[in-house]
Design a protein. Structure first.
Length: 314
């Protein structure tokens, strides 16, 4: 999307109208669309267009001419991992007489059309500051955005906390997660912590001359460090294809409800500010966990616009 924005190319994502309230379009996908809407428009139409029995997956306007790209496979016409790949059926392109007619929709409206009580919040510079106070600032920001939900979490207590993030790769990310879990309201009733992530593909550094924002060198070390940060917790590492795309903290509270925090970029939305301390990947997991919990470095949001999150009680 950044490339299109740089070249001043206007992009519109078009959904079928029924998808706006379809449970199949989950909140994680809506959060992704909301993020994309910062650089593109969102729209909907009663049914997605077809040409000659083919499903339309792309329309391009050049001056006053329109070109369409179609596929014979319905799944490849829908935005997602298979969109426009041409793996199932060949893609076909050709001239169109006119652009399909659709109606634009505000990204905020897409969230409001969701079932339940979902609330959109932007996490920005209010979370900047010392890393060892990140958790308190995190929950303060959420309480300001959804006071009734956070009050319920505090009063009912949290029984289980599950964080899922394919890209929980660095000591910095793990440390911020530790801050969030330990500062969580209602944590005195916590009986289960689970962390779900994906295998590390490309570690950056493996030695002692590294930084907290570098990836762990391999899965077993990361799991051991997470085990030290969350004693008795369950650490699950899966192939990326088996791990959810969403980055989500799910808290089951005392009355059986689940409070979910969907983070657009997970805890990777924050970076080290100023001169970072070193991180020794050759140290024991116990020593690494101690260092992670004790660091006094400053952290700040990576994108000056902030990072969107969705809060919902289900």
């Amino acid at each position: 999307m950044e490339l299109y924005a740089e070249k001043a190319i206007a992009v519109t994502f078009v959904l079928a109208s029924s998808a706006l309230t379809d449970k199949g379009l989950d909140m994680a996908q809506k959060l992704s669309l909301y993020r994309l809407a910062a650089r593109a428009k969102l729209a909907h139409m009663p049914s997605l267009p077809k040409v000659g029995g083919q499903f339309m997956c792309l329309t391009v306007q050049r001056n006053n001419e329109f070109v369409g790209v179609t596929t014979g496979d319905a799944t490849e016409a829908i935005p997602g991992s298979n969109w426009g790949t041409g793996q199932a059926r060949p893609l076909v392109h050709g001239p169109l007489h006119s652009r399909p007619i659709f109606e634009e929709i505000a990204a905020d409206r897409l969230i409001l059309l969701s079932n339940g009580n979902a609330r959109l919040v932007w996490l920005d510079s209010q979370l900047d500051g010392p890393a060892n106070g990140f958790g308190l600032r995190f929950w303060k920001a959420l309480a300001a955005a959804a006071p009734l939900a956070i009050a319920a979490v505090r009063e009912q207590g949290v029984a289980t906390a599950i964080y899922s993030d394919r890209y929980l790769l660095t000591p910095l990310n793990c440390g911020l997660l530790h801050q969030v879990i330990t500062a969580m309201p209602g944590a005195s009733n916590l009986t289960k912590v689970e962390v779900n992530t994906a295998h590390i593909d490309r570690p950056h550094h493996t030695g002692s001359n590294s930084y907290p924002f570098h990836s762990f060198p391999e899965d077993s070390l990361r799991s051991s460090v997470l085990g030290e940060l969350f004693p008795g917790g369950k650490i699950v590492t899966l192939p990326k294809s088996q791990q959810s795309h969403s980055r989500c903290l799910a808290l089951t509270i005392g009355d059986g409800r689940t409070f979910r925090v969907l983070l657009d970029q997970g805890l990777g939305a924050w970076r080290v500010i100023g001169t970072p301390p070193r991180h020794d990947f050759l140290a024991t997991p116990q020593k690494q966990a101690t260092d992670i919990k004790g660091r006094t470095m400053q952290v700040g949001i990576s994108d000056m616009r902030g990072s969107p999150a969705i809060l919902e009680m289900v």
